[in-house]
Design a binder for this molecule. Structure first.
Ligand code: HSE
Length: 431
């Protein structure tokens, strides 16, 4: 039976989940994998971890684990990118495998970490960095190995999905749902990473790299969060037959790669529209298989632990010379040209606030028609105050931001239309 001594750095939400699942499910893991996983060392500065660390060497200094000559594999669960990078590089240079859940680390430094791992002949695995408990990286790397991936689209941040689901179903305020997500351990240590789209952008960077065999494109992704979405737009979207979701999309256009993270209206007929709460879901279209869907918990202690442990077992069983975490050999990863967000085609939802006077709607629709932009749907509703204003919501057919922007400028130049408007993308996910 193969044996692996592991050291765990960090006993926060994920680290304590990893330790408890390894302890509680030790028999089933051993039976299914034919591997013995021994936790021989843990390191944390957290004195309130509540874990059973009996018979395990305990350190306050994480680097002790990377220097421990009895350890085969270091599990990095401290988060952040500075000490974590140092720890991972030290572990690699000491000939240890690494398993991490740290998407920021991989998205920012993955290419150099994997290069160092390749040279040291060790494995760095990071299944838990994307979509929590869903084995999405393994699916792309192994289950879809026969395919050229055409596109991928998904809900990849549990916190924003939880917030938008609660706002939509219960009319709760953004702030109160965010506070609950933090209490439940879904949100990042700095929750602005979730609500500003940074967490999703780090995950999409990893997914894009794996899907298209390219270097990690983090700095080139268009990223927008959910902080600027008024509750009324969640409701207007509903009225139009759409659900507002925070999504990540990447697509291979041959010459260029499209990759973006932002809120979008999804038709209620799409499976992604019914993915609620902290769940994540990723649709992948491959040239052989067509469209596939992967669904499950995107955050939380034991779901994320499930993915971390899958990596540990995989390392225990792997032929390390043939293993490549990103699916493509690291030396074959290349840079690809990214498609400008202004040239990406999708539908658009636009809400103007206008003075309630005769003819304003026809002036708006005329400007759209003169620019050959067709309107799919339209709603007009009184603004709920004494200002004699109305909200006008338009859904455009598919176009690009570069076509739409001059048209919106002309509309807001009308006297009765206020300068500020809400604009959101509409994704049909139909090809
Ligand atoms: N903060 C992340 C989320 C945790 O909400 O999805 C899992 O990466």
């Amino acid at each position: 039976m193969r044996q692996l001594n592991i050291g765990i750095c960090g006993l926060g939400t994920v680290g304590s989940g990893v330790l408890s699942v390894l302890q509680n499910n030790a028999d089933i893991i051993r039976e299914k994998s034919s591997c013995l996983i021994h936790v021989t060392h843990v390191a944390t500065r957290n004195t309130n971890h509540g874990c059973n660390v009996e018979n395990i060497q305990f350190s306050n200094d994480i680097f002790e684990v990377a220097r421990d000559s009895d350890i085969d594999l270091v599990v990095e669960l401290i988060g952040g990118t500075s000490s974590a990078l140092e720890l991972v590089m030290l572990a690699i240079s000491n000939g240890k495998h690494v398993v991490t859940a740290n998407k920021a680390l991989i998205a920012e430094h993955g290419t150099s970490i994997l290069q160092a791992a390749y040279e040291a002949n060790v494995i760095v695995a990071f299944e838990a960095s994307v979509a929590g408990g869903i084995p999405i990286l393994k699916s792309i790397r192994e289950g879809l190995v026969a395919n050229k991936i055409n596109w991928l689209a998904g809900i990849i941040n549990g916190t924003t999905n939880f917030i938008l689901s609660e706002m939509s179903s219960k009319g709760r305020s953004f702030e109160s749902v965010l506070e609950e997500a933090q209490k439940r351990g879904y949100a990042e240590a700095d929750p602005s990473f979730d609500i500003e789209g940074i967490d999703a952008s780090q995950k999409l960077s990893i997914l894009t790299s794996m899907s298209f065999g390219m270097t990690l494109p983090l700095d080139h992704l268009f990223t927008e969060g959910i902080t600027k979405i008024p509750l009324k737009d969640v409701y207007f979207a509903k009225e139009l037959g759409f659900t507002l979701k925070h999504i990540g999309i990447c697509r291979d256009h041959g010459e260029q790669i499209e990759a973006r993270v932002h809120p979008a209206l999804i038709p209620d007929s799409s499976i992604l529209s019914s993915v609620n709460g902290v769940s994540n879901a990723v649709m992948i279209n491959g040239d052989a298989v067509d469209t596939t869907l992967y669904y499950g918990p995107g955050a939380g202690s034991t779901p994320t632990a499930s993915s971390v442990i899958a990596d540990i077992v995989e390392v225990a069983k792997s032929d390390k010379n043939a293993y490549s975490s990103l699916g493509f050999p690291v030396e074959k990863l290349c840079q690809r040209k990214m498609l400008d967000i202004d040239l990406v085609e999708c539908g658009f939802y636009v809400r103007f606030t206008v003075v309630n006077e005769t003819g304003v709607l026809s002036k708006i629709t005329k400007i759209m028609a003169d620019s050959a932009l067709s309107i799919e749907s339209i709603i007009q509703r009184d603004v709920e105050d004494d200002s004699n204003r109305v909200d006008i919501v338009l859904l455009s057919s598919k176009t690009t931001q570069s076509n739409l922007s001059p048209v919106l400028r002309k509309i807001t130049e009308l006297d009765s239309v206020s300068d500020e408007f809400v604009i959101l993308r509409v994704e049909y996910l139909d090809n």
